[in-house]
Each structure stands twice: as structure tokens, then as C-alpha cells.
Design a protein around this ligand. Structure first.
Ligand code: PLP
Length: 394
């Protein structure tokens, strides 16, 4: 037996358990329609909420930055990787989020890993939402703080978990939560969380990956949506979803970014984001500041799609955002729905199954975008109705 034979065994086990993820390669840019293996399909999968991933203005900004600064940042930020662009982005995103400082990371995942582990240490406690994204969970695991988990969206559970943590007399308690939950599309009540945090003196950390560009005035995110300014201490965001590019950031009060620049390990030990990406993301922030038309289009598309699917009798779970889960239940049925939509109807909508969601709560997750036309949505609705009837989902 070879030393690495365990890889094949593990892969076979994943396949047997239905947990093997098939990765489809696109040969077109992200858009309303994409091409996969020579087949043109309606894209209802991507997090390209505002359609900025292939926007001409962003591409032009990236091209100009590449002409001026080249393709690579050359080093970690603390050595030689910081360009004026990185600092300009940090100023602009802080302003957009109505915060006093911001720090740029290479991805949202890195932002969570680096910031949580730098903000909470031995002797501290992290009270973490049950359905938090993997990057928050991993950030908590990396930190030496003691971890406690509270029930999904349950404020009584949050309060009793804080009381439980207090029994150990931690130096500080940090509440860590997703703003919008990526598999269900429901929203953490940041106003109530803020009040509970105030009562017990807890730090509040929110992952706004699916909130920015989507919620709040001009897509400023979840804090703006709840008018919870002053109640949230740390706002993390990604530049890879509504902003259409790549990268992550953390925003907050004056000292936050300065502190993280000294302590967050992905900032200190991984090279800076490429100039083209930073310039493109900066252009996204400018576009959102100038106009809320894309955000409005995203919401009108979302409302149209959701209402039509509800009218047809589909169960869309508890979503309050563009994330539109079409609940199926059994894993095999969700996979069949996704496969039939792809093969017979030219619709790209991935199935989400255990362990990403609990067993028996399998679904397909639809992601409407501002770039879908009404015809695109009608096409999707007709197809989903046809396949839903065929599979006896409605
Ligand atoms: C809630 C949440 N946080 C963080 C991330 C990570 O962001 P990025 O793709 O920029 O690494 C994601 C993306 O998958 C996410 O959904």
C-alpha cells in the first residue's frame, strides 16, 4: 500500500456518502448566462449580486492599475507590499461603512481568520452563532479564547450563553455572528444583539459578506439596515460577492485597523492583494456610493422571483434576502432537481446538501442578481415549475 493511498479511500468515502462536490468550470465571465462545457446556461448560483464581476468600469479600473502598478504587490504589506491604492481603498471603504478605520485582507476568509484570532486570546470568551460561516468558526478555533455556541437567531440563548461564559470570569467576551446566513438567507437581529452586548459589555463582531451591496442604504450593509451604528464594534466584509472582485476587509473604530495591522497573521505573513483587484474593488465602492440603482434592481428581481415561486407552492424557507433556498428535504431529490434543471432546462442551480445544511434539509439555492432580466427570471420560474411538478415538489 502506498503512503498516499488514503486519499483515494477518502475520496471514495465522500462519493459514497454523497458529499463529493462536483466542480463545474465556466468558460465565460460571470454573468446572467454562462457557458459550461459548451452549454449555455442561466446562472442562478453566483454571489455576483450586482453583476459587477464583469462590469466594464471595474475592468477598466483594473487595467489602469495594472498599467501603473503591475500585476503583483510584491510582498506582504508590512515589508514592501503596501501601495497607495491599498491605503486609498481602506479610507474609502471605511467612509462607505461609516467607520473610522479599515484594514484590507486578501480574502474574506483571511479577514475572519486573522481578525478573530487577533482580537480574542487566552482568558477571553467568544460567544458564536450556531450557523456561522466556516471562516468565523475557523477564526474562533485559531484563537485561544474559550468558545461557546448559541442557538440560531435565539436571543434568549445568546443571553444565557453570555451568562454561562461570565461564570468563568473571562477578560472580555466577543459575540461573533454572520449578518446574513448564507444557506438560509435569514438575518441576525443586530439591533437586539447590540442591546444584549451593551448590557454585558461584550464586543460585537459581524460578518457582513452577504449583507454589503445588498442591505442598507446604497448597500452599506447590515449595520445600516438596522441603524445599529455604535452597537457593532467590528464589521468584516468580502470584496468577492456584491463588490464583484476578490479580497476582504475589517472596519471599525480608529484603533481597530492599526491594531490588526500589527497582529493579524494573514496581514503580516501573506502577500498583499494585487493592485488590479484593489482598483476594481475601489471602483465598486465608488459605484455604490454614487447610485443605489443596482441594489434596487437586485431587490426588485428578488421580490419578483420569490413571489412567483411562492405562488407556485414552493417552500422558500425563512429567507429575508436575495438568497433563495428552494427547500426539497431529501438529499437525493435536491441533487436530482439540480441535475434535471441543468440537463433539461439549461439552468445552473447547485444543490446544497448535508453537511453544509442539516440532514433532511437539502435544497437548491438560487441567487438572483441585478443583471438578470425579467425574461431570465420568467425562464427560470417556468423551468423550475416544470421540473418541480415532474419531481412532485409542488
Ligand atoms: C458568510 C461568509 N463569510 C466569509 C466568506 C469568505 O469570503 P471570501 O470568499 O472573500 O474568502 C464567505 C464566502 O464564501 C461567506 O459566505
Amino acid at each position: 500500500m502506498g503512503k498516499m493511498d488514503f486519499l483515494k479511500e477518502e475520496l471514495n468515502r465522500l462519493k459514497a456518502e454523497g458529499r463529493y462536490v462536483n466542480i463545474r468550470a465556466l468558460n465565460t465571465p460571470q454573468g446572467a448566462w454562462v457557458e459550461i462545457g459548451g452549454k449555455r446556461v442561466l446562472n442562478l448560483c453566483s454571489n455576483n449580486y450586482l453583476g459587477l464581476a464583469n462590469d466594464e468600469r471595474l475592468k477598466k479600473a483594473a487595467e489602469e492599475a495594472i498599467d501603473r502598478y503591475g500585476v503583483g504587490a510584491g510582498a506582504v504589506r508590512t515589508i514592501a507590499g503596501t501601495m497607495e491604492l491599498h491605503e486609498e481603498f481602506e479610507r474609502r471603504i471605511a467612509e462607505f461603512k461609516k467607520c473610522k478605520s479599515a484594514i484590507l485582507f486578501q480574502s474574506g476568509f483571511n479577514a475572519n481568520l486573522g481578525s478573530i484570532s487577533a482580537l480574542a486570546d487566552e482568558g477571553d470568551a467568544i460567544v458564536s452563532e450556531e450557523l456561522n460561516h466556516a471562516s468565523l468558526i475557523d477564526g474562533c478555533r485559531l484563537s485561544k479564547a474559550k468558545r461557546y455556541v448559541y442557538k440560531h437567531l435565539d436571543m434568549q440563548s445568546l443571553e444565557s450563553t453570555i451568562k454561562e461564559a461570565l461564570e468563568e470570569k473571562p477578560r472580555r467576551i466577543m459575540i461573533a455572528t454572520d449578518g446574513v446566513f448564507s444557506m438560509d438567507g435569514d438575518i441576525a437581529p443586530m439591533d437586539e444583539i447590540g442591546e444584549i452586548a451593551e448590557k454585558y459589555g461584550c464586543i460585537v463582531y459581524v460578518d457582513d459578506a452577504h449583507g454589503e451591496g445588498v442591505l442598507g442604504d446604497h448597500g452599506r450593509g447590515i449595520v445600516d439596515h438596522f441603524n445599529a451604528y455604535g452597537k457593532v464594534d467590528v464589521e468584516m466584509g468580502t470584496l468577492s460577492k456584491a463588490f464583484g472582485v476578490m479580497g476582504g476587509y475589517v472596519a471599525g473604530d480608529e484603533d481597530l485597523a492599526e491594531y490588526l495591522k500589527q497582529r493579524a497573521r494573514p496581514f503580516l505573513f501573506s502577500s498583499a492583494l494585487n493592485p488590479g483587484d484593489v482598483a476594481a474593488a475601489l471602483e465598486s465602492v465608488k459605484i455604490l456610493e454614487e447610485s443605489d440603482s443596482l441594489v434596487k434592481k437586485l431587490w426588485s428581481n428578488t421580490e419578483y422571483l420569490k413571489q412567483k415561486l411562492k405562488d407556485l407552492g414552493f417552500n422558500l424557507g425563512t429567507s429575508k434576502t436575495p438568497i433563495t433556498p428552494v427547500m426539497v428535504g431529501e438529499e437525493v431529490k435536491a441533487t436530482e432537481l439540480s441535475k434535471t434543471l441543468f440537463e433539461e432546462e439549461n439552468i445552473f442551480a447547485q444543490a446544497i446538501v448535508y453537511p453544509t445544511v442539516p440532514r433532511g434539509k437539502a435544497r437548491i439555492r438560487l441567487q438572483p442578481s441585478a443583471i438578470h432580466s425579467k425574461e431570465d427570471l420568467d425562464y427560470a420560474i417556468d423551468s423550475i415549475e416544470r421540473v418541480g411538478n415532474k419531481l412532485k415538489l409542488i
